[in-house]
Design a protein around this ligand. Structure first.
Ligand SMILES: [Fe+2]
Ligand SMILES: [Fe+2]
Length: 175
């Protein structure tokens, strides 16, 4: 985690990190719902994640990543490819509960990918951004955020499990 490098002092990085935390908390909820066979609830939670990732991914892909692609081309390309993979699976439950019996397993695999993806950003791109972006660069990222906005915050029940879920999902790596 990039708690000590100083990148969390940058408002746009701090907001991206808070969104990661919210996604990880929601991910823990989806895992419980899938475990209980509550697929409609899991689809609903997945839609919340997709709603949050919309502007989040736009800030990364339209703001932060283009400014880092010269220096870290392979890393950025891999992260963008993962965005597409995650989006494809989340889109399956955009309007309904998928009838495909393999969907719950595919969803859980996708969230494992998303968790790894978040770690890569927080251990790699975010700390590295400090040495790559200048004031104009940060202003460009902030412009993208201002344009795309932020998803509404999750309901309080979902936020409640944040600290436990975050620890369990990121530190222990349990599945
Ligand atoms: Fe990302
Ligand atoms: Fe991210």
């Amino acid at each position: 985690m990039c708690e000590y490098c100083g990148c969390q002092q940058i408002p746009v990085i701090s907001e991206l990190t808070r969104e990661h935390d919210a996604v990880i908390a929601q991910f823990a909820l989806v895992r419980q719902q899938v475990g209980r066979g509550e697929l409609a609830a899991a689809a609903d939670s997945s839609r919340r994640i997709a709603a949050l990732l919309g502007p989040h991914t736009a800030v990364e892909e339209q703001g932060l990543f283009p400014l880092m692609a010269d220096e870290f081309p392979d890393h950025i390309e891999a992260l963008q490819q993962e965005h597409r993979q995650i989006h494809t699976v989340l889109a399956e439950s955009r309007h309904l509960v998928p009838g495909d019996p393999s969907w719950p397993a595919r969803l859980m695999e996708t969230f494992e990918l998303l968790r790894e993806h978040i770690l890569k950003e927080q251990d790699g791109v975010f700390p590295a951004s400090l040495s790559v972006l200048d004031g104009d660069g940060w202003a460009r990222v902030e412009d993208v955020r201002a344009r795309v906005g932020s998803a509404p915050p999750f309901e309080r029940d979902h936020q409640h499990a944040h600290s436990h879920a975050h620890r369990a999902a990121l530190s222990e790596g349990d599945t």
